[in-house]
Design a protein around this ligand. Structure first.
Ligand SMILES: *Cc1c(COP(=O)(O)O)cnc(C)c1O
Length: 415
C-alpha cells in the first residue's frame, strides 16, 4: 500500500524522464504531454537552458533566507516589472501562497489608506485560487470547504462575466475585485474584453484594487506574457506561479507601488520564497520567453492547434461539443464524461488534464513544434473515434452493471 495521504485520484502511471513535449513512463512508453503538470512545464521537460541554470546554481548556493540580499531575486523582480504594470514583487513558492499574498496586499492597502474597514473582496463563481483556507474561501467551492471548519470571511461571490452583479455587490467594506482572465480549473472559461475592462472601470470609480490571478494564465500560456495584456487591462496586484519556474516551485505577487504601500518590513514573509535555486530558474525561464519571436511563435502554433481541434470537434460531435480557450490554454468541452475522454487520450499516449464544466484541458508546452501539434491532433481524433466506437458497442450490448471503479472521480486532480 502507498503511505501517501490519499488526497489525489492518481492514474497508475509514473514517469522516468522527459524530453521537450514528451514524457517517458517507467515502463518505457512515450507520452505526448498536453498536461504539463497542470500548465506548469511551459518550456517542456529538461529544457537545456533551465537544466544548465539549475545545475550551475546548485553548485554555488541553495538557500540563504530573505534576511540577506538575493541578487538573482532583485534581477528577476526588475525584469518582471519591466515586462508588466508592476513596480514591486514578493516571491513565494506556490500559486495559493501568491494569492494569499495578493489578498493581504489588497487589504493592507486600504488599512494604510485610512480605511481598515475595507476588507471584502469580490470573487467569481467557478474560480479557483488555491487550497489554503483563505484562497478556498475566495474560490467559494462548497465541496472543497466542507469539513474544514469556519470559512474565512470577507469574500462575496458573483457570477463570472456579470458586471451588474459585481456592481450590486460593491459596498463600503469592499476592498478589491479578484478575477482570472481565463478561468482554468473552472473549465477554460474566457473572460471577455468588455467584462475585464468593465471591472477596471468599476474599480477606478469605487476606489477598489483590481487583482488578477494569473497563476495559470501567466507566462505566455494564453499568448502574451500575461493574459490581461491581451485585453489591455492592467491590474493593481497580480499573483503568478505555475509556469514561472518551468517546473521548479516558485510563485510571486506583483503590485504597483501605490497598491503595495502598506507592505512595510515585517508585514509578510516566506522562508523559502525567492531562494537562489528558484530565482536562477525563473531568470532562465524569462531568458527563453522574452527572446525575440518566442511568444509570437507559440501564438502561431496555438492558432494552428485551435483550428485543427475545431475540425476534430466537427468530425466527432457526439464526443466534443465545443473547443474553447486562448493561446495554448485550450479546452475541449465534452459530451461524454471528461474523465472517459482523458482515459481514451491516455490510451493513445497523450496526456491531458480535466477541468470543471466537463472540460478536458489541452495545455501543451509552448515549445511544442508543428509536427508534434499534428501528432497531438491525430491522437485526439483517434481517442474520439475510440469513444464513438465504445458508445456504439455499448448500445449493441446488453447493459452491464457498472462498478464504482468505472467512474473515477476527478476531484483529486484539482489544485
Ligand atoms: C493552480 C492555481 C492556483 C493554485 O496554485 P498552487 O500552486 O496549486 O497553490 C491558484 N490559482 C489558479 C488560477 C490556479 O490555476
Amino acid at each position: 500500500m502507498s503511505h501517501l495521504l490519499p488526497t489525489y485520484a492518481r492514474a497508475d502511471l509514473a514517469f522516468d524522464r522527459g524530453e521537450g513535449a514528451w514524457l517517458v513512463s517507467t515502463d518505457g512508453e512515450r507520452y505526448l504531454d498536453c498536461h504539463c503538470g497542470v500548465a506548469v512545464n511551459a518550456l517542456g521537460h529538461a529544457h537545456p537552458a533551465l537544466v544548465a541554470a539549475l545545475q550551475a546554481q546548485a553548485a554555488k548556493v541553495w538557500h540563504v533566507s530573505n534576511l540577506f540580499r538575493v541578487p538573482d531575486a532583485e534581477r528577476l523582480a526588475a525584469r518582471l516589472c519591466e515586462a508588466t504594470f508592476a513596480d514591486l514583487v514578493f516571491f513565494c513558492n506556490s500559486g495559493a501562497e501568491a494569492m494569499e499574498g495578493a489578498i493581504k496586499v489588497a487589504r493592507k492597502y486600504h488599512a494604510a489608506s485610512g480605511h481598515p474597514e475595507r476588507v471584502r473582496i469580490i470573487t467569481f463563481e467557478g474560480a479557483f485560487h488555491g487550497r489554503t483556507l483563505a484562497t478556498l474561501a475566495a474560490g467559494g467551492q462548497k465541496k472543497y470547504l466542507e469539513g474544514f471548519g469556519p470559512v474565512a470571511g470577507g469574500f462575496d461571490q458573483v457570477a463570472y462575466g456579470d458586471l451588474d452583479a459585481v456592481k450590486a455587490a460593491i459596498g463600503p467594506e469592499t476592498a478589491a475585485i479578484l478575477v482570472e482572465a481565463v478561468q482554468g480549473e473552472g473549465g477554460v472559461r474566457v473572460g471577455t474584453p468588455q467584462f475585464l475592462r468593465g471591472l477596471r472601470e468599476l474599480c477606478d470609480a469605487n476606489g477598489l484594487l483590481l487583482v488578477f490571478d494569473e497563476v495559470q494564465t501567466g507566462m505566455g500560456r494564453t499568448g502574451p506574457l500575461f493574459a490581461h495584456q491581451r485585453v489591455g487591462v492592467a491590474p493593481d496586484v497580480m499573483g503568478i506561479a505555475k509556469a514561472l519556474g518551468g517546473g521548479f516551485p516558485v510563485g510571486a505577487v506583483l503590485t504597483t507601488a501605490e497598491a503595495g504601500k502598506g507592505m512595510t518590513p515585517g508585514t509578510h514573509g516566506s522562508t523559502f520564497g525567492g531562494n537562489p535555486l528558484a530565482m536562477a530558474v525563473g531568470n532562465a525561464v524569462l531568458d527563453v520567453m522574452l527572446a525575440p519571436g518566442f511568444l509570437e511563435a507559440a501564438q502561431r502554433k496555438a492558432l494552428l492547434l485551435k483550428q485543427r481541434l475545431a475540425e476534430v470537434k466537427d468530425r466527432h460531435p457526439s464526443v466534443i461539443r465545443e473547443v474553447r480557450g486562448e493561446g495554448l490554454l485550450l479546452g475541449l468541452a465534452c459530451v461524454v464524461p471528461n474523465d472517459r475522454m482523458i482515459t481514451a487520450l491516455r490510451d493513445e499516449k497523450l496526456l491531458a488534464v480535466g477541468a470543471g464544466d466537463n472540460v478536458v484541458r489541452i495545455v501543451p508546452p509552448l515549445i511544442i513544434d508543428e509536427g508534434e501539434i499534428a501528432e497531438a491532433v491525430d491522437r485526439i481524433d483517434r481517442a474520439a473515434s475510440r469513444l464513438e466506437k465504445a458508445a456504439a458497442d455499448e448500445h449493441q450490448a446488453v447493459p452491464t452493471k457498472r462498478t464504482p471503479d468505472d467512474t473515477p472521480s476527478l476531484e483529486g486532480i484539482k489544485g
